[in-house]
Design a protein around this ligand. Structure first.
Ligand code: NAD
Ligand code: TDX
Length: 329
């Protein structure tokens, strides 16, 4: 099988490419990535010379480039996105451009050229927010609350429409919060680790009691592989870890692992439109496709914190890139 992975230089896409090349050594993968501020080709240094892997520096909104690449492949897996909620509050336009128009461009080329599978990687945030009880199911109405989640929900609706209208063979996954190595240090876990490494305080939004369901990135990649091979065309599959934690619980775990205490916490103004609780039912993917998370949160968070502590150069190189970028502006 020959697969186009978009956004493969990011956190989850790079883990997925590494995972696929290991699990299916006969597959060929093309990685199309625009290398935006969070895309980092160094994330795939270890496989750059693998003859089954090819990197193309480009944008999913580029019509002719996307057509040229899709001619060559059997499947498309779309990870490419603007993915940070806080940025979407400041600059929503780029979220619509990449997440909506970029996805539409990939769908249109896939329809015209004919592909075997189009898998859209989406998020539980499209369902909005939950109260104290209950879960998001695949049948839960979409009710996104941030420009980020609204752009992801829009893309999901286009994916659905291309199946209904043009019979494009689509699959759609919606996953909970991922954590693990190579996550850009703007997201909660790597951001807090990078702040503490500099002896700075960690900014907890609001009361810190917002709940997220956390899944180790490797398990998300295995779930995508399962849906790609066994998923029923036209279906949506939720992916989650049944691992709900408040932001305070996560913060305390990180503080403890890094030998810090409460004095390193700073309570800051809440994120506007901050979703209170996410919790996802993974009944469908577990009962119909046999996927299960394999890494407990205790194992995963230890692996993750150890990785950032042992790879501080990776964090420094990103911080230097940020500084150079700010100087150039
Ligand atoms: P990320 O921000 O780490 O990576 C995104 C990648 O997309 C980067 O390499 C970037 O350079 C690339 N990209 C951005 N715009 C592009 C464009 N126009 N053309 C080509 N490439 C472009 O994101 P991530 O956390 O790895 O998330 C990957 C996908 O998974 C996203 O679609 C996101 O919505 C979804 N998702 C993420 C999470 C999570 O917890 N991180 C959870 C559920 C779903
Ligand atoms: O500095 C912070 N302080 C803080 O309290 C940051 C960066 C976050 N938070 C809170 C906000 C959220 O309640 O931590 C929680 C997690 O925040 P993020 O890491 O920004 O993730 P979230 O907003 O939940 O969205 C993530 O999960 C779903 C990803 O960024 C999305 O791409 C994915 O779709």
């Amino acid at each position: 099988m020959k697969i186009l992975v978009t956004g493969g230089a990011g956190f989850i896409g790079s883990c997925f490419i590494r995972h696929e090349l290991k699990k299916h050594p006969d597959y060929k993968i093309i990685n199309l990535d625009a290398l935006t501020y969070c895309g980092n080709i160094e994330n795939l240094k270890d496989i750059e010379n693998n003859p089954h892997y090819k990197f193309i520096h480009g944008n999913i909104c580029d019509k002719s480039l996307v057509r040229e690449i899709i001619k060559e492949v059997d499947c498309v897996i779309n990870f490419a996105a603007e993915s940070h909620v806080d940025n979407s509050i400041k600059t929503p336009e780029i979220f619509v451009e990449t997440n909506v128009s970029g996805t539409l461009n990939l769908l249109q080329a896939s329809k015209e050229l004919g592909i075997e599978r189009f898998l859209q990687v989406s998020t539980d945030e499209v369902y909005g927010t939950l109260g104290k009880d209950g879960y998001f199911y695949e049948t839960t109405p979409l009710a996104p609350n941030s420009p980020y989640s609204a752009s992801k929900a829009s893309a999901d609706l286009l994916v659905r429409a291309y199946h209904e209208t043009f019979k494009l063979p689509v699959l759609n996954t919606r996953c909970s919060n991922n954590y693990g190595p190579y996550q850009y240090p703007e997201k909660l876990i790597p951001y807090f680790i990078s702040k503490l490494l500099k002896n700075e305080k960690v900014p907890v939004y609001g009361d810190g009691l917002n709940v997220r369901d956390w899944l180790y990135v490797y398990d998300h990649c295995e779930a995508i592989d399962t849906v790609l091979h066994k998923g029923k065309i036209g279906e949506v599959y939720n992916i989650g870890g049944h691992n709900e934690k408040t932001n305070m619980e996560i913060t305390h775990l990180i503080l403890e692992a890094m030998g810090k205490d409460e004095t390193s916490i700073e309570y800051v103004k809440d994120r506007p439109g901050h979703d209170r609780r996410y919790a996802i039912s993974n009944d469908k993917i577990t009962s119909e496709l046999g996927w299960q998370p394999s890494i407990t949160f205790e194992e995963g968070i230890k692996l993750t914190i150890d990785w950032y502590l042992n790879n501080q150069e990776w964090i420094h190189s990103i911080e230097n890139k940020k500084l150079n970028y700010a100087k150039e502006k």
